[in-house]
Design a protein around this ligand. Structure first.
Ligand code: AMP
Ligand code: MG
Length: 354
C-alpha cells in the first residue's frame, strides 16, 4: 500500500512539472501574413513562444499605422487630410522623419511622396496600367517632403493638398528594427526573422554556425529556392529590393514597382537586384537604413550605388552590398567577401569591389 501511494505521488509530481527546456533547441516558428507579405518568424530559447507572438503583435501594430490600403490606418488619415495637420503616433512620426532624412541623403532617390505615381501604375491596388507621360508629369509635381508642424517634434505631420505618402519602401525595415527590440526584451538567444525580402539573422544557428540567407536569383524568380549566392550572417539585417518582386508586362515591356522619382517610370538603372547588409547592433535603426537604401540604390544604379557605399563606409552606420546587374554580374563589396558564397552553375560572373 505504501509503495502504491509513493508511486501515485511520484506520478503526480512528474505530471505537475514541465520538462526542462533546452534553450538551444526550444523553438517557435509562426507565419504572419501582413504588409502584403508572407512573413516567417522563428525564435529560440525558453521564451521562444511568447517572443514570437510579441513579434507578431509588433508587426500588426505597425501595419495598422503604416498601411496605405487600410482606410482606417494613420497613413490613410494623413493621405486624406487635404493638407491639414494630423497627429501621429511615435512610430509613424519617427519613420516619416527617417524617410525625409534618406530622401535628402540619396538625393531624392528614396521618395515616399511618390505614392500617387505608384498608384497610377496600379502597384498599390494590383490594377496595373501604363500611365501617360502627361499624367506622370502632373503627379510628379506633387512630390515633396512631409512637414512637421513643430520643428523637432514629430507627432504632428502635414502633407500638401493632393499629396500622399507610401511607406512600402521602408515599413518592413522599420518593423525588423522593432522586432529586434522585442527579441532583446525577451532575451531570445537566436532568431531568424524573414519579412519578405527583409531578413534579420539574430545570433547564429544552434550549432554555432551563421544563418544562411539566400539571395534570390532574379532570372529564376519563379523558383524561391534558386539563389545567385548565399550570405552567411550573424546579428545582421539583409534587405533585398528587386524588379522581379512585383511587376507586370504589357506589349512585351516589363514594368516593375521601384519608381525612379526623377522620371515617374520604373527605375531603369541596369540593376536587377540590390541587397544591403548591416550589423544589427548599429545605432539609428539599421534595419530601416537597409530597406531605405536597397530601394534608393536600386534607383541610382551600380556606379552611384558603389560611390554611395564608399562615401558611407567611414560613417557610424556602414553597410555592405550585393548588386546583381542586367548584364549578368554579381558585384559584392569587400566587407562581405568572407560571408558570401557564390552559387555554382548560376551563370553569373562574380566580382569583388573595394
Ligand atoms: P522595396 O521593395 O523596399 O524596394 O520597396 C518598393 C516599394 O516602395 C514599392 O512597392 C512602392 O510602394 C514604394 N516605392 C517605389 N519606388 C519608390 C521610391 N523611389 N522611393 C520610395 N518608395 C518607393
Ligand atoms: Mg526598401
Amino acid at each position: 500500500m505504501r509503495r502504491l501511494i509513493l508511486y501515485v505521488l511520484l506520478l503526480a509530481l512528474l505530471g505537475g512539472c514541465a520538462a526542462p527546456v533546452d534553450p538551444d533547441t526550444a523553438r517557435e516558428s509562426i507565419q504572419v501574413l501582413a504588409m502584403d507579405t508572407a512573413m516567417l518568424i522563428t525564435t529560440y530559447g525558453e521564451r521562444s513562444v511568447p517572443a514570437a507572438y510579441a513579434c507578431e503583435d509588433t508587426i500588426r501594430d505597425l501595419e495598422a499605422q503604416f498601411s496605405r490600403t487600410d482606410p482606417d490606418s494613420a497613413v490613410s488619415r494623413l493621405n486624406n487630410a487635404g493638407g491639414e495637420s494630423v497627429e501621429v503616433e511615435e512610430d509613424l512620426g519617427r519613420l516619416i522623419l527617417i524617410a525625409n532624412t534618406y530622401h535628402q541623403w540619396t538625393n531624392g532617390a528614396l521618395d515616399i511622396s511618390i505614392a500617387p505615381v505608384a498608384s497610377a501604375w496600379g502597384f498599390t491596388e494590383d490594377s496595373f496600367r501604363v500611365p501617360s507621360q502627361e499624367e506622370l508629369e502632373e503627379l510628379l509635381r506633387l512630390k515633396g517632403r512631409p512637414q512637421f508642424s513643430t520643428p523637432g517634434i514629430v507627432t504632428s505631420v502635414s502633407l500638401s493638398p493632393g499629396q500622399s505618402i507610401d511607406l512600402g519602401a521602408i515599413a518592413k525595415g522599420y518593423a525588423a528594427d522593432k522586432i529586434l527590440e522585442v527579441l532583446q526584451e525577451y532575451e531570445v538567444p537566436r532568431a531568424n526573422i524573414s519579412l519578405g525580402g527583409n531578413v534579420l539573422a539574430y545570433g547564429g544557428r544552434p550549432d554555432g554556425t551563421p544563418w544562411r540567407v539566400g539571395i534570390q536569383d532574379p532570372a529564376r524568380a519563379e523558383n524561391p529556392n534558386a539563389f545567385a549566392g548565399v550570405l552567411n550572417l550573424t546579428d545582421s539585417f539583409a534587405v533585398t529590393s528587386g524588379g522581379y518582386q512585383r511587376f507586370f508586362e504589357e506589349n512585351g515591356e516589363h514594368y516593375h514597382h521601384i519608381i525612379d522619382p526623377a522620371t515617374g517610370y520604373p527605375a531603369d538603372s541596369g540593376l536587377v537586384s540590390v541587397t544591403v547588409v548591416a550589423d544589427c547592433a548599429l545605432p539609428e535603426y539599421p534595419g530601416t537604413m537597409c530597406d531605405a537604401l536597397s530601394t534608393a540604390l536600386f534607383v541610382m544604379g551600380e556606379e552611384q550605388a558603389l560611390d554611395f557605399w564608399r562615401f558611407w563606409k567611414s560613417s557610424k552606420t556602414p553597410f555592405e552590398l550585393v548588386l546583381i546587374t542586367e548584364d549578368g554580374r554579381v558585384v559584392v563589396t569587400e566587407g562581405l567577401v568572407d560571408r558570401f558564397t557564390q552559387e555554382e552553375g548560376s551563370g553569373y560572373d562574380y566580382e569583388t569591389v573595394s
